[in-house]
Design a protein around this ligand. Sequence first.
Ligand code: ADP
Ligand code: MG
Length: 272
Amino acid sequence: MDAHVISLANQKGGTAKTTTCANLGIGLAQAGRKVLLVDADAQGSLTLSLGWEPDELPITLYDLMIKAIQDRPVTHGEGMLHHEEGVDLLPANIELAGMEMSLVSVMYHETILKQVLEPYKHEYDYILIDCAPSLGMMTINALAATDGIVVPTIPQHLPTKGIEKLLESVHQVRRGINPSLKIEGILMTLMDGRTVYEREISEMIRKAYGGKINIFGTEIPRSVRAAETSAEGKSIFAYAPRSKVAEAYRQLTKEVLALEKQREEHRAEIGR
Ligand code: ADP
Ligand code: MG
């Protein structure tokens, strides 16, 4: 069975894409899944939050994509990092910012990342791609390689506008390059759980999209513990296992595994 590829995407910055990528990835690894994380953001925040100094890495996703573009050979496992909590990482640094330009003149430029990931698809159960806060070519490359998008969303001024824009891109990618692209779910993050306003936003999203899009029952609370972990190079499970954020990411992992079970049942159904 090939890896299920999930992209953490939202063109808005600061919605906990990177934090969710790291913690959901490690949560899935703790549930016995083989997990590859891919840093597709030139900021290198995922790479940094897992304990590596992005600018000191000799090989990053940029090099692998350039090699794919130039049809040069890549050694299996080249540039791959192994995190002590059981996930692997294809890292990124600021060099990746040059990829948008490098891709412009390339044929099939939406599927370069997909090509890079192809040799790993049969080795992992999950590949999680941490997208940059944009709908540029790197994000389109991520969506072209993706089975399901998780959209981390914060309860601030009308997030529905941003969701609409993302949905437009999803439709475009579906029409052009990846007809099977789905939305795995909208995930509410950075929830204070105190203000009426944020409850209203959360409910508005559930009303507006709940019928067509999965909205995760788990909401990730705002807590300084979560912000601290990214400086520690480890997951919230290792840094603050009893915190409410760790508990929330455990619940989210369970929800994602329930979707896996649904896919299996669906496959068995059509295989019958
Ligand atoms: P994105 O990748 O969408 O830009 P990040 O995961 O980098 O978002 O999170 C944005 C900021 O919020 C970071 O400084 C991060 O440490 C912090 N953060 C993430 N999740 C939480 C949380 N549950 N509570 C408090 N701060 C958080
Ligand atoms: Mg990020």
